[in-house]
Unconditional design. Structure first.
Length: 253
């Protein structure tokens, strides 16, 4: 229930925790008070459900809009200052494993230092984007981090692509937590303005989720989407994986 007595001011940017989600929006906790983010204020683009962008337990920033006639504190994510190329933006090098439009799915084997044919898609679909890995990273599963790479035309397995991290997709399958980074080519002018998840169309985000969900479904495996997180979460995820890789090298050495 909303706390009618509050000291929050319209226009103020505050930290919040996502408490619950429904089709009308997201209930959040702000400084010990309940507040609400309407569906239309979740993102810069139209979303059908707040779960496309948020998960319960996420820690986010919101802008206070005011108090409704019902005494509910209303906030907005959409009205946060739009991210852009201010200051230095980290560029990472990803190595393509599976090219865009490929029916073959390739994986790079660190042990063999070679690309292997991981699988052939046995349902009527081709990979709608590039998928690659980040060298010198180590996920909790012992593998390099994987990244979905958005760019205009397909490349080839082994091609190095300079990328910016714009988001992180968290899912759960039969093996446990499974995260995929979302990146854009730093040298493709069609993505010059893409610096965060809010710069990627809702349609593209849905295609990413659908692709990985279809693969799990074809294998009769469970697949649950925990939600999308923004560029800052993706960048932190990379930093943690890079530190894990460095520590593993020290131990192995």
């Amino acid at each position: 229930m909303a706390d009618h007595k509050h000291s929050l001011h319209a226009g103020e940017i505050v930290k919040a925790e996502v408490l619950s989600l429904d089709r009308s929006g997201a209930w959040i906790g702000v400084e010990g008070k309940s507040a609400f983010v309407p569906l239309a204020e979740i993102a810069w683009f139209e979303v059908e459900h707040p779960a496309v962008m948020l998960s319960v337990g996420n820690h986010i920033q919101v802008r206070v809009m005011g108090v409704s006639e019902q005494g509910i504190i209303e906030c907005s994510i959409r009205k946060l200052e739009r991210p852009g190329p201010t200051g230095s933006v980290a560029t990472l090098t990803a190595v393509v494993e599976t090219p865009k439009h490929s029916q073959n799915v390739y994986r790079y084997s660190v042990e063999r230092s070679a690309f292997t044919l991981h699988r052939v898609l046995h349902f009527p679909a081709r990979c709608p984007f590039e998928i690659g890995y980040l060298p010198a990273t180590l996920g909790t599963d012992g593998e390099p981090l994987r990244m979905v790479i958005l760019l205009t035309a397909s490349t080839f397995p082994g091609c190095e692509v300079a990328c910016r991290v714009v988001g992180l997709l968290r899912t759960v399958d039969d093996a446990g937590s499974d995260e995929k980074l979302l990146g854009v080519s730093a040298v493709d002018p069609n993505f010059d303005d893409a610096y965060d998840l809010t710069d990627v169309s809702h349609h593209t985000l849905r295609r990413v989720v659908h692709y990985f969900g279809a693969i799990r479904s074809a294998d009769h495996h469970a697949f649950t989407v925990r939600g999308w997180e923004r560029a800052s979460a993706g960048q932190q995820f990379v930093e943690e994986a890079a530190a894990r890789y460095r520590n593993s090298r020290i131990i192995d050495g």
